[in-house]
Design a protein around this ligand. Structure first.
Ligand SMILES: C[S@@+](CC[C@H](N)C(=O)[O-])C[C@H]1O[C@@H](n2cnc3c(N)ncnc32)[C@H](O)[C@@H]1O
Length: 228
């Protein structure tokens, strides 16, 4: 039984603790995943080509492979993650990229400073309120005309994961309906460039969930507004 006098760990703290523990196994399993995901590579290529010139960020970067792919297309990329353990692995695996500890809901960037933000499976640990904060922050840091690309699992459920690749975790994965994310983007002054869903690749490539990919363009946001 838990001690009632001890402060309860928040889900956000549990997420960080889980990814710190998971970092090495995560990288072993997923660092090269884009090689087997042509759909995802094509979305990232269109996102990059449609973004104005300038630096990009890979938000919730994990081991950094999405940012590394964008850097391979010629972008200057900074990876951001809430897990120091993930960032340690990312720095080892992606020596040419810069990385920063930070929260999607309070991004460590100045207003109007980025041409693009990629958030691949990064919003998956946020609830609806957190999603709104994260999208607001993306709108704040993007230059007007800058692009965001989001990838997430389709649905309405929250799935608890207590173990992954042999590592004990305490993770909650939020699934989202595309319509809900599109509406949240529109209310943060984004225009939708594309929204596509796909069936999962084979089970040895990824979890068997339907996936959604959205590219959106910022119309610009008033100076000073922050997510949280
Ligand atoms: C499912 S992984 C996705 C990693 C990578 N983008 C990918 O596509 O494989 C989620 C990542 O988001 C990070 N994360 C979770 N909540 C976050 C938050 N509020 N702010 C920044 N990063 C967060 C986790 O530490 C983890 O590295």
């Amino acid at each position: 039984m838990s001690d009632p006098d001890l402060p309860r760990e928040s889900q956000s703290e549990a997420t960080v603790r889980s990814y710190d523990a998971l970092a090495r196994a995560y990288a072993e399993h997923l660092f090269h995943e884009l090689e087997r995901k042509p759909f995802d590579r094509a979305v990232l290529e269109r996102f990059e080509a449609g973004s104005p010139p300038g630096p990009c960020a890979d938000l919730g970067c994990g081991p950094g492979h999405v940012g590394r792919f964008l850097a391979g297309l010629g972008r200057e990329v900074t990876g951001v993650d809430l897990s120091a353990g993930m960032l340690e692995i990312a720095r080892q695996l992606c020596p040419g990229l810069s990385f920063q500890l930070g929260d999607l809901r309070a991004l460590p960037f100045k207003a109007n400073s980025l041409a693009g933000v990629a958030a691949f499976y990064a919003i998956v640990h946020l609830d609806a309120a957190g999603l709104g904060q994260a999208l607001s922050e993306m709108g704040r840091v993007l230059v007007p005309g800058g692009s965001a690309v989001l990838a997430f699992h389709v649905g309405q459920q929250v799935v608890r994961v207590e173990e992954l690749w042999g590592v004990k975790t305490s993770l909650e994965f939020s699934f989202f309906e595309p319509e809900a994310v599109l509406a949240a983007l529109s209310s943060e002054s984004f225009e939708i460039v594309e929204c596509q869903t796909r069936r999962p690749y084979d089970a040895d490539v990824e979890a068997q969930t339907e996936r959604c990919y959205i590219v959106a363009r910022s119309r610009g946001k008033r100076e000073g507004a922050r997510g949280i």
